[in-house]
Write a protein that binds this ligand. Structure first.
Ligand SMILES: [Ca+2]
Length: 267
């Protein structure tokens, strides 16, 4: 009799343990996410993670002063920054800080954190600060934060960051859902939220800034910096370098401006 009771108790205990393990598995998965932090303090590009990219003329991309600094002539279109040599697969949470080191009024430069399809310039998602600028159709826009995904344009929030100021961007993906944020006065503010199977594709990530061809350049030099890049991720997949060099194009900026105009016209 007591032997049977012990057997039953042992069975129940085993089932309880199994049940706990099963219910705990999502937590274990989160805890096992990998982390990459680049504080740029070594003043040297980590070529196992990044490649410097630029299109157009007058850009300089360099790690210096313990951050990633980008100089823009302010007279030409194109963009520049760091592009990952790896694609994100699965869930992730990444963020980066930016500083507007030299930021003349009306410069039209856009600074952002983005996701592209590997080997293509197609944007999957991005969050950016767009400086006040004049579009080629003559319309003037104030400084804004905005976010978007390939599925939908998010929202715009007007702001007014003084030269020397800065902020932070963040993009997260859980399953088929992507969220884009900027750091507000007290917490992250969501400017894009989309759910679609296409958003779960492998995605290269980039820290970029530049001028869109639909923007009249402000004419004065602009300088910005990225710092404190942090990434938690499920899996990284290597991108072959020769093709990846072609990546940036209008990836972050082209869709951004067209999306912004659609949004503005609706409003
Ligand atoms: Ca730093």
């Amino acid at each position: 009799m007591s032997g049977k009771v012990h057997y039953k108790m042992a069975l129940v205990a085993t089932l309880l343990v199994a049940s706990c393990l099963l219910s705990a598995s999502p937590l274990l998965a989160v805890a096992s996410m990998n982390t990459i932090i680049d504080d740029f303090n070594d003043n040297s590009i980590n070529t196992s993670l990044w490649q410097a990219i630029s299109s157009g003329t007058g850009f300089t991309v360099k790690e210096t002063n313990q951050r990633l600094q980008i100089w823009i002539a302010g007279t030409t279109s194109g963009d520049a920054g760091y592009q990952s040599r790896w694609a994100l697969r699965g869930d992730f949470d990444m963020q980066v800080d930016f500083t507007l080191l030299n930021w003349p009024s009306g410069n039209g430069v856009e600074v952002g954190l983005g996701l592209n399809k590997p080997l293509l310039t197609d944007l999957i998602a991005g969050v950016a600060l767009f400086g006040d600028h004049t579009a080629t159709d003559g319309t003037h826009y104030n400084q804004i934060y905005y976010g978007e995904t390939s599925v939908a344009f998010g929202s715009t929030v007007e702001t007014d960051i003084a030269p020397g100021g800065g902020g932070s961007f963040r993009i997260t993906r859980t399953g088929n859902t992507i969220d884009c944020y900027y750091m507000g006065p007290t917490d992250w503010i969501n400017v894009a939220h989309s759910e679609d199977p296409s958003l779960a594709l492998d995605a290269a990530f980039l820290l970029a800034c530049g001028l869109n061809s639909g923007t009249i350049p402000g004419g004065l030099p602009v300088q910005i910096a990225f710092d404190n890049f942090q990434l938690q991720y499920d899996q990284l997949v290597f991108i072959p370098l020769p093709s990846a060099l072609l990546l940036l194009g209008s990836g972050l900026l082209g869709l951004g401006l067209s999306g912004l105009r659609r949004k503005m016209k609706k409003g």
